[in-house]
Design a protein around this ligand. Sequence first.
Ligand SMILES: Cc1cc2nc3c(=O)[nH]c(=O)nc-3n(C[C@H](O)[C@H](O)[C@H](O)COP(=O)(O)OP(=O)(O)OC[C@H]3O[C@@H](n4cnc5c(N)ncnc54)[C@H](O)[C@@H]3O)c2cc1C
Length: 358
Amino acid sequence: MPPYQRPPLSKALWRGDKRLAEIDLDNATSGAQLYPGRRIVALDRAAHVVRDAQGDSYRYRHLLLAIGATPRRLPFEGGDRVIHFRTRRDYEALRRFAQPGAIIAVVGGGFIGAELAASLCGAGCKVCMLFPDAHIGAGLYLDGLASHLDGYYRAHGVELRSGVRVTGGRPTDGGVELSLSDGSLLGTEAVLAGLGVTPNTTLGEQAGLAVDNGIVVDAQLCSSDPDIWAAGGVANFYNPALDRRLRVEHEDAAIGMGRLAGRAMAGAAGRYDTLPFFYSDLFDLGYEAVGLLDTRLDVVEDWREPYREGVVYYLDHSRVRGVLLWNTWSQVDAARALIAEAGPFDAGSLFGRLPRGV
Ligand SMILES: Cc1cc2nc3c(=O)[nH]c(=O)nc-3n(C[C@H](O)[C@H](O)[C@H](O)COP(=O)(O)OP(=O)(O)OC[C@H]3O[C@@H](n4cnc5c(N)ncnc54)[C@H](O)[C@@H]3O)c2cc1C
């Protein structure tokens, strides 16, 4: 098999059905000065300077920290066949191993693990998913939906090993051998870990910024230093609809906060009071969701077709705090509006409430 070659990155600009231009993203210029391959290791707030790992310094008037999060790691070094999936490079590494028939272990039953397992199945790999909880997506879905999802994965050929942790591992000739908490060993050709992330707060902490599960920002996404903003997966912001602070590791938050922070740094007024939505695709099942998906809340399920299409509401003290739109589309704004409503709500008032206008 020839080595995988990444195709050139490009983006087409369209107006209606007219193709206006093609941007070569590998060589694009926008007026911004880019310093690829540089990692900022120190922030001097008094001097308004950041310094990179090579010792070069950069002065700033306004600074945006959009440095995301770092994946949690398995407790062993297994070589290049153990991938803590996060970046394009991880994807390219995975492509080398994800050949039809390859045995791949996916560690973690959350968003990343579930999506990767489904994709690898589609690529013809033999996938074994390992996670410590009872089900895929534990804590997000009630038992009925969670059991259905487990069955769906098994029906697509995924081997599920629930209730186990990976305790160790070692590289073998052409693979990796995992040690599991139930005492067994598992031989694989590659291991993909999706164990969650921790926000990259060290830089902010060392510089004395307020940090609490992320860099704490105000409604304009400004940190405790008036010249430093934070956005995306590293930022901890207040959401008025839920009346609580959040740190959201999803695309909608990264895009919306990036846009608002950029405008705020340029002097435009604005408040980030959006409740970000998120989405996932699991084989041919898919969903969008808003707010808190937590099975410790009161849960009301309203299925048009059980576990194929419906809406799940998560309530706290009779207020809707989260909405799961399972194969139910174009309802994100309606779900946001419901979360902002004072209620009280119960099963009777929620049945049939969404989808709206379909
Ligand atoms: C495999 C995968 C699948 C996902 N799927 C979905 C999905 O289906 N739906 C969804 O809503 N979200 C999804 N997400 C989450 C989404 O990608 C993240 O929430 C989003 O990328 C966060 O954006 P960010 O800009 O805050 O951080 P990142 O995208 O992590 O970007 C941070 C950047 O900062 C750089 N950086 C870090 N530290 C430093 C430093 N000290 N100096 C200089 N640069 C630094 C990093 O190298 C990186 O380039 C997925 C994420 C992954 C990994």
